[in-house]
Design a protein around this ligand. Structure first.
Ligand code: FES
Length: 488
């Protein structure tokens, strides 16, 4: 039987996004065996595949790394101990395999000897002819196997290498998959892959990231103060924030899908940077303490307080990097917090975060393609959702329509274009206000997508825009249950 791989591992091997393989399965180009694909089929479809060398894969990886603010060198190699353990495990597999082969070889030799005896003892009769025929088949097959000079399947070789470099993890009961690279903990790797596993302190203190190891081996890479009970240890429980995966792993863990699953938090973060995105717009980059990170779902809001000034703002970054939080702050003479961002806030200053709140979040259970419609800084929560969708490697088509009312309103147009260049399933449509208002935009979207009711639609922007856009959609019979909106 052909060696089979999970979609995640196969995608890594041939250097494409998992969504690309999912699409190939849907169109019948690639066969699927219970969610697995065969190495032989992969080689036929990607004959020149080389590990992580595909331009598209590199681009997507770069986007993800930039979006998550993770330095590449932190992810290059696992620690020496983990590498040694993975090599030890592979050596053990090889020894087992060799012993198996030797047993089979001995069995074949015994079989050949028995057949020769049959040929001698039953000379001249029908049994002798049958024994001779079987013996000849066996000789031919043995010659082919022992004398064969087959080039090993390069994907199988790369798969072995991949197993040393990273561990594959499956979460039950969701069946979500991800890889643990470098020196990452299992929690960090799960978050980076866009999965909302349960956690609290991310520092080995609270026990909220407790998960049960169903199969595989973990190793502690960070100190933990939380003490697992003897019963928990016997049942295989471990802390995801303090351990990494030695090899391929199956765990049972809780995941959040609804805003109500996320607890309210209050955290004092520090300003990492304040950067101009235009004359009247700043990018505020905050960083939480390493030991007190913010748990949130993409698209949610926080209340930010600096000194006596507070403001509610949507988070413009992905939960995959829960320490580095971005906000798009518009100049507003009536908004004390915005004034502080424009006039006084500098690197290192404290900003208190309270939240998260809001239900402008991705529908976890939907397999529909998505249309995001943003107006002005309504792009902020949409950016968070898009980065989250990329982390999850959604295979569905993603469209972004961004209406800008000021002439310089597409303040991160280059970022959107780079996403469109890198991702086959992402389309960016910038719309300037002089070319049409909200009503015209909705008409254009309807005309461009005759099957609009097959999409999920997310709308974010100023109140008047959101009201017009949602009312237009509902009047056209668009299902309310597939429509999510946020006023920014
Ligand atoms: S998140 Fe608190 S112990 Fe892991």
């Amino acid at each position: 039987m052909q060696q089979r791989l999970s979609l995640s591992r196969a995608a890594r091997l041939v250097g494409v996004a998992r969504g690309t393989l999912q699409q190939m399965i849907q169109t019948g180009e690639l066969r699927s065996f219970d969610g697995m694909v065969s190495l032989g089929d992969l080689m036929e479809l990607f004959p020149t595949a080389r590990l992580e060398s595909d331009i598209g894969f590199e681009r997507v990886t770069k986007i993800r790394d930039e979006a998550f603010g993770k330095r590449l060198r932190e992810r290059l190699l696992p620690s020496q101990e983990i590498l040694a353990q993975r090599l030890f495990e592979q050596s053990r597999e090889l020894v087992d395999l060799r012993a198996h082969l030797q047993r089979y070889h001995a069995m074949v030799v015994r079989l050949r000897e028995r057949l020769q005896e049959q040929e001698v003892h039953a000379a001249g009769g029908a049994p002798a002819a049958a024994a001779q025929e079987l013996g000849a088949i066996l000789d031919r097959e043995l010659e082919a196997v022992l004398g064969g000079s087959d080039v090993p399947n390069p994907l199988a070789v790369m798969d072995d290498m991949l197993r040393v470099m990273s561990a594959h993890v499956v979460i039950h009961p969701s069946r979500h998959e991800f890889f643990v690279d470098g020196a990452d903990t299992i929690l960090d790797a799960a978050l980076r892959s866009g999965l909302a596993v349960n956690y609290g302190c991310s520092n080995g203190n609270c026990g909220l990231c407790k998960a049960r190891v169903v199969s595989g081996q973990v190793q502690k890479v960070r100190h933990q103060d939380y003490v697992l009970s003897e019963a928990e240890k016997r049942q295989g429980y471990t802390l995801l924030c303090s351990n990494t995966a030695v090899g391929d792993l199956v765990i049972e863990a809780l995941e959040s899908t609804l805003p109500s699953d996320i607890p309210e938090q209050q955290i004092v973060a520090r300003v990492k940077a304040v950067q101009a995105l235009g004359d009247d717009l700043k990018l505020l980059h905050l960083q939480t303490p390493r030991t007190n990170r913010l748990r949130f779902l993409a698209g949610q809001n926080l209340t930010l307080t600096a000194g006596a000034a507070s403001a509610p703002l949507p988070i413009a970054s992905c939960p995959c990097d829960d320490r580095n939080l971005q906000f798009h702050v518009l100049r507003d003479a009536q908004d004390g917090f915005a004034q502080r961002v424009f006039d006084g806030l500098k690197s290192g200053d404290a900003v208190t975060l309270f939240g998260p709140w809001g239900d402008f979040v991705l529908r976890a259970d939907s397999a529909r393609s998505i249309i995001f419609i943003a107006c002005d800084t309504g792009f902020a929560p949409v950016k968070s959702l898009l980065e989250h969708a990329m982390a999850l490697e959604l295979s569905e088509q993603l469209y972004l329509y961004w209406l800008a009312t000021p002439p310089t309103g597409h303040y991160l147009a280059n970022l959107c274009r780079s996403w469109a260049d890198a991702l086959d399933n992402f389309t960016y449509v910038p719309v300037a206000a002089e070319h049409g208002d909200a009503l015209e935009l909705m008409r254009d979207i309807g005309a461009g997508h005759p099957e609009l009711n097959g999409f999920d639609i997310y709308v974010a922007g100023p109140e008047a825009f959101v009201n017009t856009a949602t009312a237009t959609l509902l009047e056209q019979g668009f299902p309310q249950t597939q429509l999510t909106a946020a006023i920014v």
